[in-house]
Design a protein around this ligand. Structure first.
Ligand code: ARG
Length: 473
């Protein structure tokens, strides 16, 4: 590709003639190169680019499009490039714009004219669509594996704390007692759905665009099925225009990533709250906290705060790519080069967030006494009293709710919690109430009684822990 005999004025800054330089007599303005160049970020696609080129060359040989000598030279050159990239010796050069042309230019330097056969029946349009799809597919698999690690950490906490009381909140007001294990398992469910969203997205995107060429397909007798299966795809894409234009695979992955980051952010927020002296529900070790440069007493949950904030980055990345894609006519437009930065940034942020959260969850020490005391505060067993009135006395629930409300008011006025309210006070509201009612008024009794499927009873929590352990095996 580097035509060294060309007129010096043809050359883009830095040396070689551009790959597409045939019909150009002037070199691009420095600003043209500055806005056009993508090697600074798309070099991350090097492994996918090499894999795609290997499969393409092998297919071209099999189909009789290129000679075996040229194919062998190409494969050898691609191996050498892979080694150079691994050792850090590969020259990533801005004058070759992107990863695709950097690889091809280097191939030409290493093996000579045989390199010119590699781009037969291919365009950078299907090449980048392929590389990026493979990258996103890998990112989805990586996120799934990390989610499983996080779920395992949550399961360990849930199993250890299946009976540990925790106030359950609605409106962040004390609602009903739950267990810490049950709370951990709520996140296991959320992250399970996140993992399945990544799996769905990865399955849907698993079609190879290679061979769509620029946009219309190829006149060469290529075998798209062969390259698709060599690269781990289920099948080739069925429309060449769509193949080079579609980026919804990345949007879908970013949407899944954003939802996952939202779940991480909610858990992070709970850790931040629980860590305050006012809550005092959990402790993180020095490993996941930082100090203050001025206030010696501080232990700040910075990692949780940063996980909470990263959700913003992920949504930003998703929004960025949606806006890039909306209104783009078919087929390829250079706008689509802007798909990579937000996607890479989003998955980097997600990777770090998932690791940090798995670390924090494993590191958490719940303050069992403190959580139990809080679980009983705020008349959290009022619903249990109402349910008792329904069950034992046959009161309609609305009436039971009313009697219970009056009992809470009485207890509050007298400075008792519900379990401390004397029987005569209860009987003043409903004469048929017996001492048996006190059995349901403790937080532990409340929790143990909630045995409905998926409820907070320790037995139910243990059953869900067992089910998930099996699922994650
Ligand atoms: N660097 C380009 C991108 O990321 C590769 C495709 C370029 N295709 C083209 N027709 N200019 O989208």
């Amino acid at each position: 590709m580097t035509d060294d005999s060309s007129n010096a004025s043809n050359r883009p800054a830095g040396g070689g003639q551009a790959m597409w330089g045939g019909r150009f007599s002037d070199r691009p303005d420095a600003l043209m190169q500055a806005i056009n160049v993508s090697i600074g970020f798309d070099r991350r696609l090097a492994p996918q680019d090499l894999a795609g080129s290997r499969a393409h060359a092998a297919m071209l040989l099999k189909q009789g499009v290129i000679s075996s000598a040229d194919e062998a030279a190409i494969q050898q050159g691609l191996n050498a490039i892979e080694a150079e990239i691994a050792s850090g010796a590969f020259p990533f050069r801005e004058e070759f714009e992107d990863i695709h042309m950097n690889v091809e230019a280097r191939l030409r330097e290493l093996i000579g004219p045989a390199a010119g056969w590699l781009h037969t029946a291919r365009s950078r349009n299907d090449q980048v669509a392929l590389d990026f799809r493979m990258w996103v597919r890998d990112a989805c698999a990586g996120a799934q594996a990390q989610i499983v690690a996080l779920q395992r950490a949550l399961l360990t906490q849930a199993e250890a704390h299946a009976e540990t009381l925790l106030p359950g909140f609605t409106h962040l007001q004390p609602a009903q007692p739950v267990t810490f294990g049950h709370h951990m398992m709520a996140y296991v469910e959320m992250f399970g759905r996140d993992a399945s969203r990544f799996a769905d997205a990865a399955a849907r995107m698993n079609e190879s665009p290679l061979g769509a060429a620029a946009l219309a397909g190829s006149p060469f007798p290529i075998d798209r099925q062969a390259t698709a299966s060599a690269l781990g795809f289920d099948r080739p894409t069925a429309n060449s225009l769509d193949s080079v234009s579609a980026r919804d695979f990345a949007l879908e992955a970013l949407a899944a990533a954003t939802i996952c980051a939202t779940h991480l952010s909610r858990l992070a927020e709970e850790i931040v709250l629980w860590m305050t002296p006012q809550f005092g529900f959990v402790k993180l070790s020095d490993a996941f906290t930082t100090g203050s440069s001025i206030m010696p007493q501080k232990k700040n949950p910075d990692a949780a705060e940063l996980v909470r904030a990263k959700a913003g980055r992920l949504l930003g990345a998703f929004t960025q790519l949606v806006v890039v894609m909306k209104g783009l006519p078919l087929a390829y437009s250079k706008d689509m080069q802007e798909d990579k930065v937000p996607t890479f940034e989003a998955f980097d942020a997600l990777e770090l967030s998932l690791s940090a959260m798995a670390g924090m969850v494993a590191d958490l020490t719940p303050n069992v006494e403190r959580m139990a005391a809080a679980a009983g505060a705020g008349f959290s067993t009022a619903t249990d009293l109402a349910d008792w009135l329904v069950r034992e006395l046959g009161l309609p629930f609305r009436d039971a709710h009313h009697v219970t409300g009056a009992a809470v008011k009485r207890a509050e006025d007298a400075g008792y919690d519900l379990a401390g309210l004397p029987l005569i006070d209860l009987q003043a509201l409903e004469p048929r109430i017996t001492a048996g009612v006190y059995e349901v008024l403790t937080p532990l009794a409340s929790v143990v009684s909630r045995r409905s499927y998926g409820g907070t009873a320790p037995d139910q929590v243990r059953a869900q822990v067992a089910r998930w352990k099996e699922l994650l095996r």
